[in-house]
Design a protein around this ligand. Structure first.
Ligand SMILES: [Mg+2]
Length: 353
């Protein structure tokens, strides 16, 4: 059996800003990011009391909380703190999987500190973080990876929560499915319509039924709800693809318009984002994804070793002729990157997802 700890900093970007500018501490505040669309990236807990959330537009947030102070982000500072936190992790384990700047899975199975107690190790890591960065973190501890992540949310902020191996099944029985990573709003609605709300509802169903309704994700869900998650901490995640997508403000089935969007906005964006990867790696695939108004999603790809807009347009048109006049909600394009496994020295260069 393995011991996983999921560490998640408490409202990370906002906490860093409050630490560095105490005037921001007792007022509702959020990080506005530098995106032209004006979307919040993090809000402090005072702002959250007004319903302000990350990914909300500045405009909407101000409507909910007129006195909200929005400050621009300082990514370089967040990255430096994130590096500081990762150094703390390495004192306890080398098996570290960062999920983002403020979140990571640790596998502490082989850590000998505190008699091997993952609960005490987590406590110490959080104490180290607080002493050395002035910021608080929450932790989840479990023998199963996805449960560690869910657990870190249970006693947030500045708390931790353990799910012991013999509590796993009871915990899952009463677990709202929306808390399982991968269950978004749409999936949640679909599950609810079928009468699935908690882990026990999925347990009582069958793998076959879930596969029919949800495809591969249905199988994953069934396995998670039965306490099965063989995934280990992935210390070297190498990006396998680069993609961009756009959701239209209104659904459209106009093929010419969709093609124009692919050529004029998606392709230049994909080219720009792929650039740094293609300097050191090759590509082997081009792909297109279309999501329709009813959330049905279809995709098509082909082997190709360079960025080519005509090929992408042909793939899009192939997909569209199969679903004539069906309104499209989103299109995306992507490239497959060639595995860089054989070049260990390059691994450190690539972003984690
Ligand atoms: Mg966080």
């Amino acid at each position: 059996m393995r011991k996983f700890i999921h560490i998640d900093m408490d409202c990370f970007y906002a906490a860093v800003e409050m630490r560095d500018n105490p005037k921001l501490t007792n007022i509702p505040m959020a990080i506005g990011g530098n995106s032209h669309r004006g979307v919040l990236s993090t809000a402090n807990y005072l702002a959250r009391e007004y319903g302000v959330r990350s990914a909300m537009s500045n405009y909407q947030a101000k409507k909910l909380c007129p006195q909200l102070v929005i400050v621009p982000g300082r990514m370089a500072v967040y990255k430096a703190v994130s590096a500081q936190i990762r150094t703390i992790f390495t004192r306890y384990t080398q098996l570290i999987e960062p999920l983002s700047l403020d979140e990571a899975y640790l596998d502490v199975t082989d850590c000998g500190e505190f008699g091997g107690s993952a609960t005490l190790i987590a406590q110490q890591i959080r104490a180290d973080i607080e002493r050395e960065t002035g910021l608080t973190a929450s932790a989840g501890i479990a023998s199963i990876k996805f449960l560690a992540k869910i657990a870190s949310d249970e006693n947030k902020p500045n708390g931790q929560f353990v799910i012991t191996p013999n509590e796993v099944h009871d915990f899952i029985d009463t677990l709202p499915l929306k808390k399982i990573p991968g269950v978004g709003k749409v999936t949640q609605q679909k599950l609810l319509a079928l009468g699935f709300q908690y882990g026990c509802d999925i347990k009582a169903s069958s793998e076959d039924f879930l596969y029919q309704r949800f495809g591969k994700f249905g199988l994953v869900l069934w396995r998670r709800c039965n306490g099965i998650d063989e995934r280990q901490v992935e210390t070297h995640r190498v990006r396998k693809s680069v993609g961009v997508e756009t959701t239209f403000s209104e659904d459209t089935s106009d093929g010419e318009e969709l093609t124009r969007r692919l050529i004029e906005s998606l392709f230049p964006e994909l080219t720009r984002r792929s650039q740094s990867y293609l300097q050191t790696r090759g590509m082997n695939k081009l792909g297109v994804k279309v999501k329709f108004f009813d959330f049905q999603s279809v995709s098509k790809e082909c082997q190709y070793d360079s960025l080519n807009v005509e090929v992408l347009v042909a793939l899009l048109q192939d997909l569209l002729v199969r679903y004539p006049n069906k309104p499209v909600r989103l299109i995306g394009i992507n490239i497959g990157l060639i595995d860089a496994k054989n070049s260990q020295a390059q691994l450190g260069l690539f972003d984690c997802d």
